[in-house]
Design a protein around this ligand. Structure first.
Ligand code: MLT
Length: 263
């Protein structure tokens, strides 16, 4: 069977510390998590996963729907977790996958981080925009997508290095992967009903200047998720983990410390 999602493990699995699984945003790949790998892999093992078609993965055998993506991610985790607790952190599109993963593989997930994402399905307007983007990529490739998305992904205060790195990551993704992901996101189901049923530690993180999934979305998710914690990262847009890595990592390590690593 082809490799459906491409996982990379950092740190070691020698003891029974939880495994932190990082699921990336659209249209990027596992490399967007470099600041988290650098900042967190000494605390616990970290698994970054390329979602179908992105980065080093091969998409052919994963159907373009969130359930199939969640199943492929579950398989990648099961192959590596060695029965330790698994904490899943998804940013934006990665958050959509994380919610589908919890719905379909609840026993696999011991903790959840939902970053710069939302639980609702797309609106009709959102679906139409996905269709237009699919068409635009078919006709003109990734460059116009990169230019259109950069101002939405990053806050105006983001530095040039972050801007350049993000643009490069987008341009390196295969157009087929982007079209496939747009279809997968367009057709995803609503996950709001799941939130009140979560009985695991949940951290919700959002950049204060996120225009794609604004803080109001995160506030709603937090209000619907009993016992969840909400952290707003100042001076960050949608890619809060890349824009303010120190604040992001501090929030994540505090959550992991309280819920999984103390004692
Ligand atoms: C992402 O960052 O993954 C996307 O903006 C999500 C989306 O388009 O809904």
């Amino acid at each position: 069977m082809a490799i459906d999602v491409e996982p990379t493990l950092f740190g070691d699995l020698a003891d029974h510390r939880p495994l932190l699984v990082l699921l990336h945003a659209f249209p990027l790949d596992r490399r967007m998590w470099r600041p988290q790998v650098n900042g967190l892999a000494h605390i616990l093992p970290v698994l970054t996963i390329d979602l179908p078609g992105f980065g080093r993965s091969i998409e052919l055998e994963v159907a373009p729907n969130m359930d199939s993506w969640a199943d492929a991610v579950a398989q990648a985790i099961e192959d590596r977790c060695q029965e330790r607790p698994v904490v899943v952190c998804g940013l934006s599109m990665g958050g959509y996958v994380a919610l589908h993963l919890v719905r379909r593989h609840r026993k696999l997930v011991s903790g959840l981080m939902l970053c710069d994402t939302r639980a609702e399905a797309d609106t009709d307007e959102g679906r139409a925009a996905r269709d237009a983007a699919i068409l635009a990529i078919r006709e003109r490739g990734m460059a116009p997508l990169a230019e259109a998305m950069l101002p939405k992904l990053l806050a105006p205060v983001a530095d040039e290095a972050t801007r350049d790195a993000t643009r490069t990551l987008i341009l390196e993704q295969p157009p087929d992967a982007a079209r496939n992901a747009l279809q997968t996101m367009r057709d995803r189901s609503d996950s709001r009903d799941l939130l009140p049923t979560l009985e695991i530690p949940v951290l919700i993180v959002v950049g204060s200047d996120d225009v794609l999934t604004p803080p109001a979305d995160s506030e709603q998710m937090a209000a619907s998720t009993p016992g969840s914690e909400l952290v707003v990262i100042p001076h960050a847009g949608h890619l809060s983990n890349l824009e303010q890595p120190h604040a992001f990592n501090t929030a994540v390590s505090a959550f992991l410390g309280d819920a999984f690593l103390s004692g």
